[in-house]
Ligand binder design. Structure first.
Ligand code: SF4
Length: 348
């Protein structure tokens, strides 16, 4: 079941005097959450990290001078509808822009959930033709919106079509469904992902409270079918910008057989300034993780350069050149610096 702006009042997640504010936000940006997500919210906590992610706030109507309507430049790299071709060897395929929940910090908030959010049959065929005609495309990332909201039959059709393209080796789904609507991950959906090609699923979770037993069950059904699951999270002020929260999230993911993949620095999406933190703070949090959790739990901290210039890692480097040629100075997890000698063949 999907809940809209008015349901938030009846569930007590928004005070009646805020109805107008919520409706004004809903007139500009899509609003929806699932019953599973609503149940996680503590209505008595004004700083609830789940509410912060999904319940609309009047601050979304305040534009910040740094905001960008298309923060990661999808439009600039979209040669045909439904395709984003930013890197030579991979494309994004966006068959639908509908989501089970609408995250208040979403980088595609100007486009998700709008009318015409589904790619029609002709446009989808054209997107496949684009991929077929370019042998350099090795990986297709199916995103949106959320591709797991498509029927299993449509997902199967996409997997089969891509699987039949010789040069496509990897099919990767990005989805919020296993976390936001875990009961949707049924046997038919999992079966639709079966392919001779490598299929990966990347889930999106930002707070350890999102990792409920039902979510563990949904992820278990995917992993149990032999499909590797990775995760991406967004570093969000007031949600997970805390060492203990990040540690618990990352440990929780790995314990359910999900490899943390990316930790995104928040994008400059309109009306999302309240979620942003400085890169310095992000790097300090990520550096702190080095001593707290194993390498298996470490995601890559990345920034999508505004304007569509691609992702860059932001993680602080533990190594820097030393005084002698070829020498390096490495910093351990306690901040103690050690010299590392030049390699063979290095003069100095
Ligand atoms: S699920 Fe993804 S695309 Fe949809 S609103 Fe959230 S961040 Fe945006």
């Amino acid at each position: 079941m999907t809940l809209g702006a008015d349901d938030l009042i009846s569930l007590g997640l928004v005070a009646p005097e805020r109805l107008d504010e919520v409706r004004r936000v809903a007139a500009r940006y899509s609003v929806a959450l699932t019953a599973e997500v609503a149940e996680l919210i503590d209505p008595g906590d004004p700083s609830d990290p789940i509410a912060a992610q999904f319940v609309p706030a009047g601050a979304e109507l305040e534009d910040d001078p740094g905001d960008l309507p298309d923060p990661i430049g999808d439009e600039r790299w979209s040669p045909v509808p439904g395709i984003v071709h930013r890197y030579p060897d991979r494309v994004l395929l966006k068959p639908s822009l509908v989501c089970p929940v609408y995250c208040r910090f979403c980088f595609r908030r100007e486009t998700v959930g709008r009318k015409g959010a589904m790619l029609g049959a002709a446009a989808l065929a054209r997107a496949f033709d684009y991929i077929r005609a370019r042998p350099e495309i090795w990986e297709v990332v199916i995103t949106g919106g959320d591709p797991f909201l498509l029927s299993p039959r449509r997902i199967e059709g996409i997997v089969e079509t891509l699987g039949a393209i010789g040069h496509v080796a990897v099919i990767r789904f990005h989805t919020r469904v296993p976390v936001a609507d875990p009961r949707r991950v049924r046997a038919a959906l999992v079966a639709a992902l079966r392919s001779e090609k490598a299929v990966y699923v990347v889930i999106h979770a930002n707070h350890p409270r999102e990792l409920t037993p039902a979510v563990r069950g949904a992820v278990g059904r995917i992993v149990g079918a032999g499909i590797p699951v990775l995760s991406q999270s967004v570093l969000l002020r007031g949600v997970n910008d805390d060492p203990a929260v990040l540690e618990s999230l990352l440990r929780g993911l790995v314990a359910m057989r999900v490899k943390p993949y990316y930790l995104h620095h928040p994008d400059l999406a309109p009306g999302t300034a309240r979620f942003r933190l400085g890169i310095e703070r992000g790097r300090a949090l990520v550096a702190g993780l080095r001593g707290r959790v194993s390498g298996l739990c470490q995601p890559t901290y990345v920034l999508d350069i505004p304007g569509g210039h691609g992702k860059v890692p932001l993680s602080p480097s533990a190594a820097e050149p030393g005084e002698r040629a070829g020498e390096w100075v490495v910093t351990d997890r306690d901040g103690v610096r050690h010299r590392y000698p030049p390699g063979p063949g290095c003069r100095g």
